[in-house]
Design a protein around this ligand. Sequence first.
Ligand code: SF4
Length: 656
Amino acid sequence: MAKGTVAYKIIEKHLVSGRLIPGEEIAIKIDQTLTQDATGTMAYLQFEAMGVDRVKTELSVSYIDHNMLQTDYKNPDDHKYLMSVAKRYGVYLSKPGNGICHQVHVERFAKPGKTLLGSDSHTPTSGGVGMLAIGAGGLDVAAAMAGEPFYLKMPRIVGVKLTGTLPPWVTAKDIILELLRRLTVKGGVGKIFEYFGEGIKELSVPERATITNMGAELGATTSIFPSDEITRAYLKAQGREEDWIELLPDENAEYDEVIEINLSELEPLIACPHSPDNVVPVREVEGVKVDQVVIGSCTNSSFVDLTRAGKMLEGRRIHPDVIFAVAPGSKQALELIAQEGILLNFLKAGARVLESACGPCIGMGYAPPSGGVSVRSFNRNFEGRSGTKDAKVYLASPEVCVASAIAGEIIDPRRLAEREGIKWIKVQMPERFPYGDEAIIPPLPEEEAKKVEIYRGPNIAPLPEFDELPTEIQGEVSLIVGDNITTDHIMPAGANILPLRSNIYAISEYVYHYVDPEFVSRAKKIRDEKGIANIIIGGENYGQGSSREHAALAPRFLGVRVVIAKSFARIHHANLINFGILPLEFVDKRDYAKFSLGDEVHIPELIDRLKGGKEILVINKTTKEEIACKYSLTPKQVSVLLSGGLLRWIKNKQKV
Ligand code: SF4
C-alpha cells in the first residue's frame, strides 16, 4: 500500500467508501468539476435531468474552448446554452477566447490537496499543483455536480523519481515522452504517477503541468506533483497564495512501484506518427521536410513555453516552406507575452497567431495539407485527428517545433542552436501574473440564479431515453476492429462533427465514420429491422484517448449493447457502463478470431451471471461455438448496467 504518498493522502481524506487496496472499488468526494463545451453540453443536459437545483461541489467551471468556429448557428447555440445553464446552476463560466480549460484551471482554480473531476481526459493537468485531478465522462461529472461521489478502482501509486538536472534544450515534454517511450500508451492503466526526487525542484508549475497533462497518454488515472515552495510561489503570483497548502510525501512514503529517470541523461525526443508512444530521439528523424508547425494545446502553451519559443525566434524568420502558428493556452499567457514583447517576436518571424483555444489540436481548423508533415507541441497524433487523414503528425517540445520551423525540416534544437548561435534561456516566473479574469463569469447568488431561463437553440436536442439491460441478448456482430481503437476512431471530431455534440440524433450518423462508413446504416438495420442488439468486437486497449462519452452514447443510441474486446481503456470502459453497454473481455484472447461480421450471437442468463459474478458465455450461433468472456465490473457498475445506465441509476436512487 502506497501509504504516505501525496496521492494516498488526498484519497484517504476524500474517501466515502471502500478500502485503499489497489483494484478495490472506492468512492471519493469531489471538490471541483470542470467541463468543456464539446463534452459540457451533454454533461449539463444530463445534470438538468437529475433534477438538482444548484451544483453541490465547492466549485464547478464550464469552459468554452473546443468548438470555437462560428460558421453557422450550431456552436453559438451551444455556447449560449452553456452560458445560461452556468448562470442557472451556480457554475463559473470561462468565455470563448479565455483559454484552454486545463491551462486556465491550473492558473485560476486548481488547489493543492483537493479533488477535481473533469469531462476531459487531460484533466490531470491540474496535478501540476498537487491536486488529485481525474478525467471522466460527462455523465460522471454531472453526477459529481449533483453531489454523487466518484467511483473508481483504487489505483496503484507509482513513484516516478526524477534525479539529475535537465540539460539545455531538454524539457519537461521530454520527461513525459521518455515515460511514454518506456511504458507505452497502455503502461499507466490503473495507476497514478506521482513525481518525487531532487529533479522536481527545478520544474516550474507550468512544466509540471506539461508532465501531468500528458500522463493521460499513458492511460493513467492521473499524475501528481507534491505541493511545495515552487507551487506556493506560483499561486502567490496568481494572487491565490491562500489556496496553497504544503503537501509532500512522507520521508518513508512507500510507492507500489518506483521508476527512475535521470534527467541528466535525457535528450530531445519526438513522438512519430501515429501514436504518442512512438518515441525516438529527434536526431533519428532529422531531415524530414516539414509543412506545418504549431505550438499550442493544453500540453505546451504556457507562458514558459511561449517565452522560450518566442526568444528562439527573436530576429529570425520561419522557413519559407513552413506555415507556423502559435495558439497561446490562455488569455493570461497571451497577455503576458504581449507585455514582455515576446508576441512581437512571433509576428516578426512570420507566425500566424491563433486564438487561445484548442483549435488545431481537435481539428477545428488549421489541418495539415494532404500527406503533409506537421510538427506540434501537442499531446496526441492519432491518425486523422488533425483533420487530414493522411497527414503525418509529430509531437515534440516547443523548442523542437521552433527549431524545425526555422530549418524547414525536423532538427534537434541543439544542432540548430549551435548553427545559428541561439542561447538556451531559463524562464523566470513573473512575480505577478495578469489575473484580471475579465472573461470569467462568476456564479449568481442562489435566489437570482433560480430566475434564469435556460436558452435552448435548435442545436440543443433532448436526451434519448434508454431501457434496462435485458435478461438475455440476441444480437449480431456489426463491426470488428483491431487494437488501439481510439475514441477519435469511434466518434470523430473535426469542424463538421463537433458542433453536433449536443444533438445525439445528428452526431450518431458519424459513428466509426472513417473506419467503416457503412457501420451506421448496418447498425440501424440491425436495431430497427431485425430488432436485435448490435455487438462490436474489439482488440487491445479499446477506446483509448479522450474522455468523450459520445463514443459510448452514440453507439448506444445506434443499438450497441455489448462490446467484446481483448482489453479496454479506463475512461471509455466507464463510459460504456454509464450508457448501459456491457464491456466484456475474452478469457482467451485468441477467441477474438472466432467472430466474423454478421455472425448471430446469443448471450443467455446475462443478469443472473452478472449478479453472481460468473463468467459470461457468448454463443456464436453462426459458427455454433461458445466463447467464455469475463468482465471487470465493480458492484456499483453491475448495478448501473442493470439499470440501463448511470442516469437511470441516479433517478432510481432518487425515487427511493
Ligand atoms: Fe483541447 Fe487538445 Fe487539450 Fe483536448 S488535448 S483539451 S482538444 S488542447
